[in-house]
Design a binder for this molecule. Structure first.
Ligand code: SAM
Ligand code: SF4
Length: 342
């Protein structure tokens, strides 16, 4: 088991597979001029697989595939099949904007619900114009098509919405209403002041709750466990699915954090806001053995901060999506660990 100095067991890995994306959400990436990492800096699937095996041997039991947009990565189907061969891996889920989900699930065929334990789909508005304003692409139809295909495949589906002032604040009730039938949960995620998100205003979760209660009546706190994340769930009368709130900033949930994050470039982080990462790609490519890599992971886990510092000064103006703090430079220090420089 990987345990950090605060006694938290780290058994959940967010694995970023690419920094690329087919959308440009206003809170995540700039409209133009995104400089993608060169392919050589992105872990090859066999490298990611080796790291996942090592991490599972250390105690990781759940992996969420993310990005950028993970479904733009060619060869993902085989990678998922190979990940599933790791005996200690108990759960594999995917977070996606849904645009390529229908064709991807067609590719997986009947195996989809055995390979994947669930899918999270970003859906910031069911209104086509507002979806397009946030995503900077007019692709609501494709995202909804992906959602329907995932439901048809029998996969548990959660929708994620980041409420942003001036963009989708009028669509909150309509977005929540997507939890009426088959969708397991609609989760509202507090805007994080990272990268492009730093110049936007989020809608406080208390305000979202008030809007929903104004529309649907009092929401009842639901304590049943849905997934591994930090969402707080509510039941709405007449809804089959739940409404979740993820308030990373206003109600820090760091005390229960069980995550490690492996960036597409092979940098392992113990916290989205941490200044320290372990350069596992360099270790891999320098021919390091499994024990050496395990030690680097354990040293990194020992750096997991008790709590994030988003309330303080944060990086601005870069790009997000790859699992790295945007707009910041890294300089090498000892033992393959990196500390933020500029
Ligand atoms: N492309 C996929 C997607 O959009 O679901 C996966 C990667 S995306 C970086 C993962 C999640 O991070 C999405 O739910 C997205 O809405 C969220 N996200 C990105 N930037 C954010 C920010 N500044 N504040 C809050 N959530 C953010
Ligand atoms: Fe792409 Fe996801 Fe970022 Fe939107 S939030 S730009 S879909 S990576």
């Amino acid at each position: 088991m990987i345990t950090d100095p605060s006694g938290r067991a780290l058994d959940y890995l967010r694995l970023s597979l690419t920094d690329r994306c087919n959308l440009r959400c206003v809170y995540c990436m700039p409209e133009e001029g995104v400089v993608w990492k060169p392919h050589a800096e992105i872990l090859r699937f066999e490298e990611s697989l080796r790291l996942c095996r090592i991490l599972c041997a250390l105690g990781i039991r759940r992996i969420k595939l993310t990005g950028g947009e993970p479904l733009v990565r060619r060869g993902l189907e085989n990678f998922i099949r190979e990940l599933r061969e790791i005996p200690l891996l108990e759960e594999l889920t995917l977070t996606t904007n849904g645009l390529l989900l229908a064709e991807f699930l067609d590719c997986l065929g009947d195996d989809a619900r055995f390979l994947l334990n669930g899918v999270n789909i970003s859906l910031n508005s069911p209104d086509a114009a507002n979806f397009a304003r946030i995503a900077r692409r007019d692709r609501l139809g494709a995202a909804l098509g992906g959602m329907r295909r995932a439901l048809a495949a029998g996969l548990p589906v959660k929708l994620n919405c980041v409420p942003v002032r001036g963009f989708n604040e009028r669509d909150l009730a309509a977005t929540a209403a997507l939890a009426k039938d088959e969708v397991r949960a609609v989760r509202f995620i507090e805007l994080m002041p990272l990268g492009a998100g730093a110049s936007l205003e989020g809608v406080p979760m208390a305000e979202v709750l008030a809007v929903l209660e104004g529309e649907f009546g009092p929401l009842r706190r639901d304590y049943s466990r849905i997934g591994n994340g930090p969402a707080v769930y509510y039941a709405v009368p007449g809804f089959a699915g739940k409404i979740g709130f993820i308030s990373a900033i206003s109600e820090t949930f760091c005390a229960g954090c069980n995550r490690l994050r492996l960036g597409a470039d092979g940098r392992l982080r113990a916290c989205l806001a941490s200044e320290i990462s372990a350069d596992l790609r360099s270790l891999l490519r320098s021919g390091a053995g499994d024990d050496e890599i395990k030690n680097a992971v354990l040293r990194l886990a020992a750096s997991k901060p008790v709590s994030h510092r988003f309330a303080g000064p944060v990086a601005k103006g870069g790009r997000g999506g790859s699992g790295g703090l945007p707009g910041q430079e890294y300089c090498r220090i000892e033992d393959g660990m990196y500390r933020i420089g500029g």
